[in-house]
Design a protein around this ligand. Structure first.
Ligand code: NAD
Ligand code: UD1
Length: 335
């Protein structure tokens, strides 16, 4: 069975390609390498001893997508390709709307032309906005606080409307919580450009000596130690969740939004302390002001994923810290 993976050279995409190849799927990747390197694909091939058909291409180029669907017998698409930096999306909203929304439109049209109507889409817990109380269930009202989040919410609507117009479509909208960690080989991982926005890559860059200290954004939240609480999930567990979602999508028509998280929240200071005791790397930090737009607590209700996908996370916070550190320490400059 052949799966088209858009954005397959990226952080979550590359880990998902490993799981797909190990499970025996044929993998075709389309990526414009705007936030990744071809080396990630080479390393996935090395880990799995399998090959990937790679197209360096923009999903906005619908004619090229049509040709890919013509040249390959594609059974389903896993759609990761998109821009994901919240701050940048506030500065350049049109770039985000064009890349993420028009890119997905182009993909859905190409899928429609070729009669491939099975899609797993990378959504985000960001669609729950600021007002819902954790644990977050999939039926809560959606809202967003930045253009990045809005693109995810609109794409969910676009996919639902597509199904309503043609019930032959089958789509799973995966709402990820906070993916961290890396493949246990230490050869693929998250490779952010510039100063990391997210917590774990910042911690590992402090540990490796690239940054002086972590700024902890606020210690006056209503949480057990005052710092923000999130649902961190190992990227390999997340990748395995995609395989379960793919099977579900191939076997059921309709559209389902499903959370992928562990269901447990950890604070920023829990992360700093667990990283230290797991890797023996102390992390210097200072408490600074809250980051605008942040919420106190965000974690998943995971019952729908258990029920529909028969999927649960297996890896611990210690595994996440150890594997993030193995990747960073062996690849201090990324790929
Ligand atoms: P990433 O940036 O590492 O991967 C995205 C990939 O898509 C990159 O390789 C990039 O080059 C490619 N891409 C972007 N625009 C493209 C285009 N127009 N045409 C072709 N390729 C394009 O990001 P990631 O962390 O692996 O995230 C994957 C998906 O999951 C994204 O859609 C992201 O919004 C979503 N998501 C990520 C997180 C997270 O914390 N990492 C959380 C929730 C949702
Ligand atoms: C961020 C995005 C969100 C996205 C999610 C997963 C923002 C505002 N939100 O959320 O849209 O879905 O990533 O990719 O960027 N922290 C620090 N110091 C740092 C970095 C983070 O204290 O240098 C804290 C944050 O305040 C938060 C926690 O660490 O409490 C996690 O932050 P982060 O990794 O950025 O994830 P989210 O805030 O969940």
């Amino acid at each position: 069975m052949s799966i088209l993976v858009t954005g397959g050279a990226g952080y979550i995409g590359s880990h998902t390609c490993v799981e797909l190849l190990n499970a025996g799927y044929e993998v075709i990747v389309v990526d414009n390498l705007s936030n990744s390197k071809k080396e990630a694909i080479n390393r996935v091939e090395k880990i799995t001893d399998r090959s990937i058909k790679f197209y360096e291409m923009d999903i906005l180029d619908q004619k090229a997508l049509d040709l890919i669907f013509k040249a390959n017998d594609i059974d389903a698409v896993i759609h990761f390709a998109g821009l994901k930096a919240v701050g940048e999306s506030v500065e350049k909203p049109l770039l985000y709307y064009r890349n993420n929304i028009t890119g997905t439109l182009s993909l859905l049209e190409a899928m429609s032309h070729s009669n491939c109507k099975n899609i797993v889409f990378s959504s985000s817990a960001t669609v729950y906005g600021m007002n819902n109380i954790s644990p977050l269930t999939e039926d809560l009202p959606l809202s967003t606080t930045n253009p990045y989040g809005t693109t995810k919410m609109y794409i969910e609507h676009m996919i639902r409307d597509t199904y309503h117009s043609d019930n032959n479509w089958s789509a799973t909208l995966l709402r990820y919580f906070n993916p961290i960690g890396a493949h246990e080989s230490g050869t693929i991982g998250e490779d952010p450009k510039g100063i990391p926005n997210n917590l774990m890559p910042f911690i590992t860059q402090v540990a490796v000596g690239k940054r002086d200290k972590l700024s902890v954004f606020g210690n006056d939240y209503e949480t057990h130690d005052g710092t923000g609480v999130r649902d961190y999930i190992h990227v390999v567990d997340l990748a395995k969740g995609h395989l379960k979602a793919l099977e579900y999508t191939l076997n059921n028509k309709g559209v389902e939004a499903i959370n992928l998280g562990t269901g447990t929240g950890y604070s920023v200071l829990d992360m700093v302390h667990t990283f230290h005791h797991t890797t023996k790397q102390p992390i210097s930090y200072e408490i600074t002001a809250r980051r605008p737009g942040d919420i106190a607590t965000c974690f998943a209700d995971t019952s729908k994923a258990k029920q529909l996908l028969n999927w649960e996370t297996e890896l611990t916070l210690e595994d996440m810290c150890r594997d993030s550190w193995r990747w960073q320490s062996r690849n201090p400059e990324g790929y």
